[in-house]
Structures are given as structure tokens and as C-alpha cells.
Design a protein around this ligand. Structure first.
Ligand code: HEM
Length: 394
């Protein structure tokens, strides 16, 4: 099924210009080569993230935007040493062992969502896979982990939808205003939730962070506590929901490979890796050059803004032959889908359990699944995912 506004098609055209490309219109450098992307991400000294301090130097007045102020207080936009301290803290709750404790919840939420899909898709009626499965499962898991009550999941999804627009370099003034409002409402909500947990602790991340905060306030300030909760809600489900959508698109547009999964459920891990490589949701990871550097034979002056594109790097045929082909037997891994280096994704273990559970159970229950109509991509340069993806399941 052919796609409109497919970012992966435009990478092919970009690559004709090289692996490191200057865009004079926005004054930034795109890095689309796999080797060059790794070089940037693994070298945090030469390529730190653009943080609040640097924004103060280069764009005075930027703090007036609540959305931007919010974005630059989150872990992916902080450099060491604060990054090291905060990352250690967040990582404690996302280890493989901790994620295993969430497996029964993930399985329960998946079965519940697939029941809903089966009910809507009865008698061949088109069923809304994103709305009934991809979003509800991922929102429920992160909501339960962090400690957001289920009745509020819908609201925080609406806020985070506005906030992820901040990852898109083409963001409009109207979208910026909506993100500012969402940041304000979201922050107030999290502050209230934290205050509530202070009185009545539960078995969730907010209560855990509060215990750390009370034990040693130097380890975690009040603001950092709220920001860490916000980050996990934001980072924790949009990318995973997009990956579930991208996976369904990949499988149903390659029915032979979907059938292989139906016949051999043990392939689900390979399917997930290949989906993440072939259709990485995160499209842009931003860094800056700390000094004059040479990258892939191109000279970048100090202070250059560098936009690494994991989705494009994963389609680089250097080291991954026929990279544009979706092939679950290739065993090339997930490439740079989760980033690399000191900011490597902390949620990979959780995302993988969610993806394998949903895709494995979907294939077992709906072996005849196919598209009901052409899936529509969401308009966003920052994240690759679908706005609609309806399926026929029987
Ligand atoms: C398939 C799903 C996911 C994908 C593709 C993904 C991708 C990424 C990428 C590319 C980065 C690196 C950003 C950078 O280098 O600037 C990142 C960072 C991060 N991710 Fe994920 N992510 C996913 C799911 C999750 C989940 C489920 C969580 C949490 C529960 C999570 C939490 C984080 C955090 C906290 C960071 C920041 C790490 C740091 O700056 O040190 N992610 N993710």
C-alpha cells in the first residue's frame, strides 16, 4: 500500500546529497549516515545536547515560552553532571527486572484492548487499531508505572500530543501556543499529584521519587521530581504507541511476513527489532558542535546545530544491505532507534515487552488481519507514526 508524506522516501533523496548535509534554510546540519550518526551520539564531549544554558546564550528570551522552558528541563536536554545524577535515578525504576514485574499488567491491558478490537471488528467491520489498542495499552502501562489515575489518562494523552510538537523543527506559532498551554496545565496537574502522593504514598514512581527527595534533597529537587514524572509520561508512550502503529503497517503491508509470525510466534522479537530499524519513530535527535569538527569528511564549525536522524541512519545501506527492504529474517537489530551513547533510551526494555506482547497476541488472535483502508501518517517531522490505521480482523 503506497504512502503519502512518507519520511523514509525523502531520506533516499537526501542521501544523494551526502551523509552530512547543511540546510541553509534553517542553518542546521542533518546527519543521515549510520557511521556519522554513531560518531555524534557516542561523543557527548564534542556533541553535547543543546541545553538551557546554551539557549540562554544563543536565544535570550526563550524562557518566555512555557513549552520550551518545560522541554529544556527534561533529561534528554540536560548535559553532565546533572544528566548523570538524574539519569541514574530514573534508570533504577526501568531495569529489566522492574519491567518484568509489569508484564502481567501489560498482558492484561493487551487482552482487554484486543477484546475491544474484536468487538468493534465483529462481522468484518473496520476496527480502529490505534485508538483501541496502540494508545490505550501504552497509556495504561505508563500511567500505572508512574502513578497517574486511570480517569486522567485521556487528559494527559491530549497534553502530551501538544507537547511532542516541540520535537518538530517546523512547529507553527499556533502549535507553540498550544504546547505552552499544555505545559502549564500538565505541570500544575503533576504538582497536584505529587502533593497528593506526599500525603498518601502508593506503590508507584511518584511515591518512589518522593522518598528519594525526602531522604536526600540534593539528589532530587522538587522541580526535578516533577520534570522526571513529566518526562516519563511523555517519553514513555508516544514513541511506543507509534511503534505499535508502524509495526502493524509494516506487517500488514508485507502479508507474507505477517503469516510467518502467525505460524511461528517465536519470531516476534525479530519482528520488533526489524520494525524499529525499518520504521524508527524518533526522527530527530538534536546536538551541537562544541568545537570545529570534521564529520564524514564535512567540516562543521563550532556551535553548529546537528540533527541526527535515527530513522534515516537505519536506512543507510552501508553495513545493512538493502536497508529500505522490510525483512524480519535479517537479524540486524534495531539500529539507532533507541539512540546511542549517554542519552540511550532508558525505556527500551519496557517498550520491547509492550511491543512483543501486543504484536504476538494480535497475530495469534487475528491471523486473517488486513488493512480496512489506507493508513494515514501523522504530520510531524519529529516523530514517524500514523494518525489512523483501521483493520479488518475477520
Ligand atoms: C519504541 C519506543 C521508544 C523509542 C523508539 C525511544 C527512543 C528514544 C531515543 C532515540 C532516545 C534518545 C534521545 C537522545 O539521544 O537525545 C530516547 C531517550 C529516552 N527515552 Fe525512549 N524510546 C522509546 C520508549 C521509551 C519508554 C517506554 C520510556 C520510559 C518508560 C522511554 C524513556 C526515555 C528516557 C527517559 C530517555 C532520555 C534518556 C537520557 O536523556 O539520558 N523511552 N528514547
Amino acid at each position: 500500500m503506497t504512502q503519502t508524506n512518507d519520511p523514509f522516501l525523502s531520506f533516499r533523496k537526501m542521501r544523494l546529497a551526502g551523509q552530512v548535509i547543511h540546510d541553509p534554510a534553517i542553518g542546521k546540519w542533518f546527519v543521515i549516515g549510520a557511521d556519522e550518526s554513531r560518531q555524534v551520539l557516542h561523543n557527548a564531549d564534542d556533541f553535547p545536547v543543546i541545553d538551557a544554558e546554551r539557549m540562554d546564550e544563543t536565544q535570550p528570551g526563550w524562557r518566555r515560552s512555557r513549552g520550551e522552558a518545560h522541554k529544556y528541563s527534561l533529561l534528554p536536554f540536560i548535559n553532565p553532571p546533572s544528566h548523570t545524577r538524574l539519569r541514574r535515578l530514573i534508570a533504577r525504576d526501568l531495569t529489566v527486572r522492574k519491567v518484568e514485574l509489569l508484564r502481567p499488567l501489560i498482558e492484561r491491558e493487551t487482552d482487554r484492548a484486543l477484546d475491544e478490537l474484536a468487538a468493534q471488528g465483529r462481522d468484518g467491520t473496520p476496527a480502529d487499531y490505534l485508538g483501541l489498542v496502540a494508545y490505550p495499552v501504552t497509556v495504561a502501562v505508563i500511567g500505572a508505572l508512574v502513578g497517574v489515575p486511570p480517569e486522567d489518562w485521556r487528559t494527559f494523552r491530549a497534553w502530551s500530543d501538544c507537547l511532542v510538537m516541540l520535537t518538530d523543527p517546523r512547529i507553527t506559532e499556533e502549535e507553540k501556543a498550544r504546547a505552552d498551554k499544555a505545559a502549564e496545565d500538565f505541570e500544575t496537574y503533576v504538582e497536584e499529584l505529587v502533593a497528593e502522593r506526599r500525603v498518601t504514598p502508593r506503590d508507584d514512581l511518584i511515591s518512589d521519587y518522593l522518598a528519594v527527595r525526602d531522604h536526600d534533597p540534593e539528589q532530587l529537587t522538587d522541580a526535578e521530581l516533577c520534570n522526571s514524572v513529566l518526562l516519563l509520561v511523555l517519553a514513555g508512550y508516544v514513541t511506543t504507541a507509534d511503534s505499535l502503529g508502524n509495526a502493524m503497517h509494516a506487517l500488514l503491508s508485507h502479508p507474507d511476513q505477517f503469516q510467518q509470525l502467525v505460524e511461528d510466534p517465536s519470531l516476534v522479537g525479530d519482528v520488533v527489532d526489524e520494525v524499529l530499524r525499518w520504521a524508527s519513530p524518533v526522527q530527530i535527535v538534536q546536538r551541537t558542535a562544541a568545537k570545529d569538527v570534521s564529520l564524514g569528511g564535512v567540516d562543521l564549525p563550532a556551535e553548529s546545530t546537528v540533527l541526527v536522524m535515527p530513522g534515516a541512519a537505519n536506512r543507510d545501506s552501508n553495513g545493512c544491505p538493502h536497508a529500505d527492504d522490510f525483512d524480519i529474517s535479517r537479524k540486524a537489530g534495531y539500529g539507532l532507534a533507541f539512540g546511542a551513547g549517554i542519552h540511550f533510551c532508558l525505556g527500551m526494555a519496557l517498550a520491547k515487552v509492550e511491543l512483543t506482547t501486543v504484536l504476538g497476541r494480535f497475530a495469534a488472535r487475528f491471523p486473517e488481519a488486513r488493512f480496512a483502508s489506507r493508513p494515514v501518517r501523522r504530520e510531524s517531522a519529529g516523530l514517524a507514526g500514523y494518525a489512523t490505521l483501521d483493520v479488518i480482523i475477520s
